[in-house]
Design a protein around this ligand. Structure first.
Ligand SMILES: [Zn+2]
Length: 408
């Protein structure tokens, strides 16, 4: 007798199976094509699919002195609502996570408050000694100024001393300071420099939110197996013409031309990771020019809608929001296999819904997709054998744990 049995269609590896997942003590105890007995049996309706628990490697949870923008509670509830079971917390907070003391505060802040699992980042900027004192899950470097304003004067020296995998915001400081519009050249130049350093150092690198055709081209041409990169849904689905119509769509790196957007789709199969860069601000801050778009509660649905339109497959979503994040950051124990953690994202491909940000859990009560009809929705989120979100309601407790990140 299992604690919980999920009955329906589930995905294991690249195979869609019909049957039962037996769960005990928060772990997958058995995968069966038949029936299993459980203390609780949840029947997953026919058009629904049980996916491995999806994760988002780029989230600004804010909190600290910016609880008006987002808190660990609101941000991780938003994540569960969107089908995200683990978030990677970005360290350009106020105050920034640049020393041991602040990192330890961040650790304490998440404990007992986070509704999802999480990885904690540390901001690198001439602070290698401090970086050596913490055991962060990843290290973030800004090559040019973004929200928070801190950036590396010397990218290569910060990268070379990083104790673990580096996620880099690649926009060139000089171009950015001269041109607040942040033209494609800002990104392309920074990516080329990051790749040169990575070739010399041979250390794991994850390039965040790549938005340009030439940026993607440079990474793919470099062929460095230890380099990964992320693309955001807003760069996949929106262009600068949308920004011209709606100034709230200001974001770093900015929305690009239709040609750049098309290039991202052309190379879609080569994109390792899709991550939201969820960057919540209050509406007042947005009106004053803050850069950032909330994305946790729409990213999976946008991709499901793309599955329904025949553009991508359900396997693409799992590859880019589960398999590759695990591989890139060296996280074990989260596969859909016996003894793996029973953490799942259940999606309904047939469900049509309209994006209503006022019903979202994020404190950023707006969305680029407000009013848009999407086909495909996350309906249940399961964390270690507990149903924690069902039909838009958070029913779990703040029982998220820190991911076991071993480094890439
Ligand atoms: Zn970001």
């Amino acid at each position: 007798m299992y604690d919980l049995v999920l009955k329906g269609k589930f995905l294991t590896g690249r195979k869609l199976m019909e049957g039962s997942v037996g769960i005990s003590d928060g772990k997958i105890a058995r995968l069966s094509t038949g029936e299993l007995k459980g203390e609780e049996v949840v029947e997953i309706e026919r058009e629904r699919i049980i996916l491995p628990g999806l994760m988002d490697t780029h989230v600004h949870i804010r909190d600290f002195e910016q609880t008006d923008k987002e808190t660990v509670e609101s941000g991780t509830k938003a994540a569960l609502h969107g089908g995200i079971t683990a978030v990677f917390d970005m360290p350009n907070t106020k105050p920034p996570v640049i020393d041991r003391k602040t990192f330890e505060r961040r650790v304490k802040l998440f404990e007992g408050r986070s509704y999802t699992d999480y990885a904690l980042g540390f901001l690198l900027k001439d602070n290698c000694r401090e970086a050596g004192k913490v055991n962060a899950d990843f290290y973030k470097i800004f090559m040019g100024a973004s929200t928070g304003g801190i950036f590396s004067a010397n990218f290569e020296s910060d990268y070379s001393c990083s104790p673990g995998i580096v996620s880099v915001h690649a926009e060139d400081a000089e171009v950015v300071s001269k041109d607040p519009e942040r033209p494609p050249e800002a990104e392309i130049r920074a990516i080329r420099r990051a790749l040169l350093a990575s070739k010399r150092l041979g250390k794991p690198l994850n390039i965040c939110h790549v938005s340009t055709a030439d940026g993607v081209g440079a990474i793919l041409n470099s062929g460095l197996p230890w380099v990964s990169f992320e693309v955001t849904p807003h760069h996949l689905f929106l262009t600068k013409r949308d920004y011209e119509r709606n100034p709230l769509l200001k974001v770093y790196p900015p929305l690009r031309s239709e040609e750049d957007r098309k290039a991202l789709w052309k190379n879609f199969s080569e994109i390792p990771i899709i991550a939201s860069d969820h960057a919540p601000h209050t509406l007042e801050d947005k009106e004053e020019g803050a850069a950032g778009i909330p994305g946790l509660e729409t990213e999976v649905a946008l991709l499901l809608d793309a599955v329904n339109r025949g553009i991508i497959t359900i396997f693409d979503i799992v590859e880019k929001m589960h398999d590759n994040p695990l591989r890139t950051f060296g996280i074990g124990g989260r596969g859909v296999e016996v003894s793996g953690e029973a953490t799942f994202t259940v999606v309904d491909l047939g469900r049509e819904w309209t994006v209503k940000p006022e019903e979202f859990y994020t404190k950023a009560k707006w969305s680029p997709w407000e009013g848009k009809k999407l086909r495909g929705k996350v309906v249940i989120t399961v964390l270690r054998g507990e149903v924690v979100m069902e039909d838009d309601e958070i029913v779990g407790k703040p029982e998220g744990v820190r991911l076991n990140v071993q480094g890439g």
